[in-house]
Structures are given as C-alpha cells and as structure tokens.
Design a protein. Structure first.
Length: 229
C-alpha cells in the first residue's frame, strides 16, 4: 500500500499532502478528547505494533505491494483521532528512516492509511453498532468487518488518485483490478487480526478498548440502577 515517489504527479501529490496536513491538524485537536491515562500508553504500543506489521511487505503485482495497515485496530483501540496520529507517525518514520514509501508521496500514504483506512473502519464500526443489538460479544465481529472494509477502501481511493494523476506505465484497469482484488484478500487477514486483538483486549481489559466504552457505560448504569432498586 505504500506509494513510492513518482507514482503520482506533483499536483496530485500536493493535493494529498494538503489533505494530510488538514487531517493531522484536526487529529491533534480531536486526540485531546480521546487520550487519558489509560489510552496514552496503549497508543504507543499500538503504534509500535502497526509499525512492525507494516514493515512486512509482499508484492501483489502492477508495481504495488500489500501489508497490514492497522488503521482499524488503532481506531477501535485508541479512537480515530489518535489512530490518525499513530498511523501518521509510523508512516513518517518509515519514509524518513527506512525509505518505505516515498518522501514526495508521504501525504498520499498518510491520506490513504492514516485517514481513509482509519475513518472508513471507524465509520463502518459505528454504523453497524447502531444497527445491531448493543452486545459486547458482537464487538470482535464488528471489528472484523471494520478491518476488512478499511483495506479495499484505501486501495480503491488510491486507484482513484492514480486515475487523476498516475505517472507509472501501468494501465488503470490493470492497477484497479490488482489493487482492489488483492486488497480484498488482504482485508480478510486485516479483519481477522483486528478481531483477534480487540477480542483479546476485551477479555482482560475492556476499558482499554475505546470502541467498547459505550457498552461499558451502559453496563455501569445497569449495575447502578439494580443496586439502587
């Protein structure tokens, strides 16, 4: 998913850089409401896990590669604003120190993985949590769907950007087929890993899963109402 230098033209790269800067500005403000004494250490651990997961790349054809994104996992554990910051820090370190993703494409990679993947996952989770019964046991299943949806969504947006300003000698239909097709498969792995980790944390410390906070708040209210009665 890491876009290299020269894959998109200067205008498109500049546009995604502007989106990334705007997204980071909003994330810095939003993260203040999410971070507390419990979430702050978890955000660091999450960033390290995402960094390690993204460093394992494998080619999927048409000059592109695939790997774990981690946007859904970060969003569900620490909240979407903090997740955007975590993914952005990971991507900046990878680009500057490990040449994983181009410097001129840094805004594109942050837009795709730090914004599109994170917020698609969070939006999917929130929508399903409102439509389905509010049960804690459903959270890992919702995490799976959120993780799955986030990956091909980011791939589809990249294909759209390539249609606007692609510079590589690759046909758009070929790139779209390879990127979306393979990332649907990768999304299944992303969903499974997200569900397993979220479910594991829920089993021992449900208060550390940001996405589960509403369920915990309702449970506390029920306990208080029962005790009062």
């Amino acid at each position: 998913m890491h876009v290299p230098d020269g894959f998109l033209d200067i205008a498109t790269s500049a546009g995604t850089a502007a989106v990334a800067v705007g997204g980071l500005s909003l994330a810095l403000r939003g993260a203040r409401r999410e971070l507390d004494d419990r979430i702050a250490p978890l955000a660091g651990v999450t960033a390290v896990f995402v960094f390690a997961g993204q460093m394992i790349n494998f080619p999927v054809g048409a000059g592109t590669s695939g790997h774990l994104i981690g946007g859904a996992l970060a969003a569900l554990l620490v909240g979407p604003w903090t997740a955007t910051l975590c993914l952005s820090v990971v991507l900046i370190v990878q680009a500057l120190l490990f040449s994983d993703g181009g410097i001129t494409a840094l805004g594109t990679n942050i837009t795709l993985m730090g914004i599109v993947a994170v917020w698609t996952a969070w939006g999917t989770y929130r929508l399903l949590s409102r439509l389905l019964p509010r049960r804690m046991s459903l959270v890992p299943w919702l995490a799976f769907v959120a993780g799955f949806v986030s990956v091909p969504s980011a791939a589809a947006v990249f294909a759209g950007l390539y249609a606007v300003g692609g510079q590589a000698p690759i046909a758009l239909d070929t790139l779209l087929t390879v990127m979306v097709g393979w990332h649907v498969v990768i999304g299944l792995g992303e969903g499974l890993i997200t569900a397993l980790i979220v479910g594991s944390v829920l089993a021992v410390r449900p208060d550390l899963v940001r996405a589960a906070r509403p369920y915990l708040d309702e449970r506390v209210l029920e306990i208080r109402e029962t005790s009062a009665a």
